[in-house]
Design a protein around this ligand. Structure first.
Ligand code: C2E
Ligand code: MG
Ligand code: MG
Length: 638
């Protein structure tokens, strides 16, 4: 009876573990499969019955005979149910179904013997009516045998599905297998001192803790796979069957953060749950097995073979309306999906998700459609991006980036007054890559800052050389990207580079494109103000190409505006265009800004600009960007 008290501890352990887990991860516990929930209940029940029957036998009151007898029967029923339920649960975990019949037949026989049978032939135990002394029947050994059968089924299943289970689950299952075997052997030799309660409690508590904290593969909110679970299930499926015809689909709620902010987190969750339902539906109706999951906050994924399900998905991506719980106003929610069709030899799930993700990103800025596959144009673009990213790492050390200079002229005197540094990438195959083809990519991966500082360094070195050779120099403007402004040490880096060559700061103009001025204004003002105070002229490039607020000139430390070349296109035939350009020039002049007009290609355009009295001109009409070496020879325009 000493051991009975150990079981109390065991019973309390499983109750406490489950309660703590339910408290910390309520949603995860809720999403536990029915098998695991039953197992927890049975483990608790087993230990409760164990305590009560021990106490009743100890009291040895013949008046409680029938109650004790009944509770002992319950105890044995639960004793068989635990391994049965546990094994079914582990089968489910491994994705094996349909094997339960093998376990069910012996279970039914034992249930019969344990309940009805026991009354006739003391199969499991004998309870003396007078002394209340209890002894084991042969059935107990049969139960142990059943435990062994179940433990072996679990062990076998675990080994067969090693991949799918992952290291932690596999170790858990093997630990349970060995503990069970040791327990059974122990019981055979010391039948009076059962440790089964402890073993059951330990196993179930371990499983609950593992599935709640260590190896979480379910998403708390939706109950679908999380990223780990999704990748693991896909991996398992891919090792089991031929994947021809399958596609990886990634689905995302458009602007989830905004949705949360505007309609509240609860509404956000509702949208996610609704999408989860659709995603699950798409997976369920697939012809062959499909896997789905929520792999990120607002992102779902499905690995499916069915075109039907892809179409169904397209349906779910139609806009839905959610109501703002506070204001009652409606908010239209849209979803986007990107897909990747698997090809032979595809095994890397991360790269499938990457491809689908690229298609998704592509489509999320597109208003015509909300589903796209990683094919044709999209694949092309992505492959180009990857080659650029790959090649750019060595391009600086190999000196593949060259500085071209395009002169800027005084519109009246046609004298060269300045120049713009424009980067050219001449790769190892001697092919020239235009900035438009690689700058957006470098802006995305952050490499642009390194490149811009390199160009600045080259420009400064060149100016220093010319100055040393007695060649008269003009200020050169260097393009900086919006991304550079966010670089924490950008001002110091620029100053250090220019000072390294002992150049006067007024020789380097800082060019920043107009669209950069739209976001995080305070940061931009701060950076530009510091550069301006250090003596660098500040130039707003491509003015008029974006939608900037003219009002911002009040606060911006800008010295020069460069009017975008698109203003000049067809200007001769467009009266409205002229009016706009004239008022922009007028305003800039009143604000005391210098003006450069870029993209001047014809004599008419030149005449017109001169009439407007804009000081500076840059364009193919005078000179195209040229290799910096030949720049000193081209002193005047035309
Ligand atoms: P941007 O700064 O507005 O540069 C002017 C672009 O217009 C240059 O194209 C130039 O070659 C072109 N251009 C000049 N005059 C004419 C003309 O009369 N007609 C036409 N059609 N085009 C003219 P490019 O060199 O291809 O540069 C494109 C853009 O790439 C630049 O626009 C700038 O935003 C960016 N960029 C170039 N070099 C750098 C750099 O070193 N760093 C950064 N961050 N961006 C750069
Ligand atoms: Mg520029
Ligand atoms: Mg420009």
């Amino acid at each position: 009876m000493v051991f009975a008290y150990q079981f109390d501890v065991a019973g309390v352990m499983v109750i406490l573990t489950s309660l703590i887990c339910a408290w910390i991860r309520p949603r995860l516990i809720k999403n536990f499969s029915i098998y695991l929930k039953l197992l927890i209940v049975l483990a608790i029940l087993y230990n409760v019955l164990d305590i009560i029957t021990s106490v009743l036998i100890q009291i040895a009151n013949p008046r409680t005979y029938y109650v004790t007898y009944f509770l002992l029967i319950c105890y044995f029923v639960v004793l068989f149910m635990v391994p049965y339920r546990a094994t079914l649960y582990f089968y489910e975990l491994c994705g094996e179904k349909g094997k339960s019949i093998l376990l069910r037949v012996p279970l039914l026989i034992m249930l019969f013997l344990g309940t009805v049978g026991n009354i006739f032939f003391d199969f499991f135990f004998k309870l003396d009516k007078e002394t209340m002394i209890y002894s084991h029947g042969v059935g107990l050994y049969v139960t142990f045998f059943y435990y062994i059968v179940c433990a072996f089924s679990v062990g076998d299943c675990a080994l067969k599905h090693k991949r799918y289970l992952g290291g932690i689950r596999l170790r858990l299952l093997l630990a349970i297998f060995f503990i069970t075997i040791i327990d059974v052997v122990y019981q055979i030799f010391l039948p009076q001192q059962s440790l089964t309660g402890l073993v059951i409690a330990l196993s179930v508590a371990m499983a609950v803790v593992v599935f709640c904290f260590i190896d979480v593969t379910d998403d708390e909110l939706t109950g679908l796979n999380n990223r780990v679970g999704f990748i693991r299930s896909c991996d398992e499926l891919m090792h089991k069957q031929d994947m021809t015809g399958y596609s990886m689909i990634k689905i995302q709620v458009y602007h989830m953060q905004e949705l949360n902010e505007r309609t509240g987190m609860d509404n956000g969750d509702k949208v996610l749950l609704m999408l989860a339902k659709n995603v699950k539906y798409c997976a369920d109706i697939a012809k062959r097995k499909a896997i789905c999951g929520r792999i990120g906050g607002d992102t779902f994924a499905i690995l499916t073979d069915s075109e039907v399900s892809i179409n169904a998905l397209a349906k779910t991506t139609e806009s839905e309306v959610v109501q703002n719980s506070l204001t009652g106003s409606d908010y239209v929610v849209s979803f986007y999906a990107g897909g990747y069709r698997l090809t032979e030899g595809d095994t890397d799930i991360d790269s499938m998700l990457d491809h689908a993700g690229y298609a998704l990103k592509w489509v999320s800025g597109n208003f015509k459609t909300n589903v796209a596959f990683y094919e044709n144009e999209i694949r092309h673009e992505d492959e180009h991006r990857k080659t650029v990213e790959h090649k750019v790492r060595t391009a600086i050390t190999e000196k593949e980036f060259k500085v071209y200079l395009q002169p800027v002229y005084n519109s009246m005197t046609r004298e060269r007054v300045s120049a713009e540094a424009l980067v050219r990438w001449i790769d190892s195959k001697n092919q020239m890559i235009n900035p438009g083809d690689f700058i957006p990519i470098l802006e995305k991966n952050g490499f642009i800052t390194e490149l811009d500082l390199y160009i600045l360094d080259e420009v400064c070195r060149m100016l220093r050389n010319w100055q040393d050779q007695g060649i008269s120099i003009v200020p050169v403007s260097v393009n900086f990207s919006r991304v550079d402004v966010d670089h924490p040490s950008i001002v110091d880096d620029i100053v250090a580079t220019v000072d390294k060559y002992g150049l006067d700061h007024s020789f380097i103009k800082i060019e920043l494109t107009e669209s950069a001025f739209n976001d995080n204004m305070s940061r931009i003002i701060n950076v530009l103000q510091r550069l301006h105070d250090l003596g660098f002229p500040i130039m707003m490039d491509d003015f008029g190409s974006g939608y900037s607020n003219l009002n911002m000139f009040k606060d911006m430390p800008v010295d020069i505006v460069k009017i975008d070349m698109y203003f000049l296109r067809n200007i001769e035939n467009s009266e409205k265009g002229m009016i706009v350009l004239e008022s922009v020039v007028h305003m800039a002049k009143r604000l005391g800004l210098q003006i450069v007009v870029e993209g001047v290609e014809t004599q008419q355009q030149y005449d017109y600009i001169r009439k407007l009295r804009c000081e500076m001109i840059q364009g193919y009409y005078f000179a195209k960007p040229m290799p910096s070496e030949i720049f000193p020879d081209q002193v005047t325009a035309g």
